[in-house]
Design a protein around this ligand. Structure first.
Ligand code: FES
Length: 143
């Protein structure tokens, strides 16, 4: 006796050399992708939001680090990194739509890097963290 295919398996179709992945299906046969249209029908899943999330206050004081000449760093823009002031990939895994600021140190020296994410001179601290607006904000919330 021939068994029926499992309806929960991913359906993989090959059409004229193109591989089409139709996604995981529910037992009822409906796609399990979240509805993205006003009609409520399943749509394409999105990895990133159309509008980027806002940066959140990671800390209210800068962190002093020694930058090494010629080395490239990725400064956390989203404020969600656990390795402040540098990026740990949280912006991606939390689907913020934000990207870290990549910069190359011009000389070896100790600098204060911003962690409040309100500086006007990223990635460097410009003293904005002392403002009432930042000091009243909660850590982990946007300004
Ligand atoms: S820590 Fe952000 S401006 Fe100082």
């Amino acid at each position: 006796m021939k068994s029926l295919p499992n309806p929960k398996l991913t359906v993989l179709m090959v059409s004229w050399g193109k591989v089409l992945l139709s996604g995981v299906r529910s037992a009822s046969g409906e796609g399990n992708l979240p509805p993205t249209k006003a009609s409520g029908k399943p749509g394409r899943a999105r990895w990133f939001p159309r509008i980027p999330a806002r940066s959140v206050v990671a800390l209210k004081t800068p962190i002093k680090v020694e930058l090494v000449e010629g080395k490239t760093y990725r400064w956390c823009v989203c404020g969600r990194s656990k390795k402040q002031p540098f990026c740990d990939g949280s912006h991606f895994f939390q689907r913020t739509g934000l990207s870290p600021l990549k910069f190359k140190a011009q000389e070896t020296r100790t600098v204060a890097l911003c962690t409040c994410k309100a500086t006007q001179r990223p990635p460097y601290c410009d003293g904005t963290h002392r403002s009432e607006r930042v000091q009243k904000a909660e850590v982990g919330s946007p300004l």
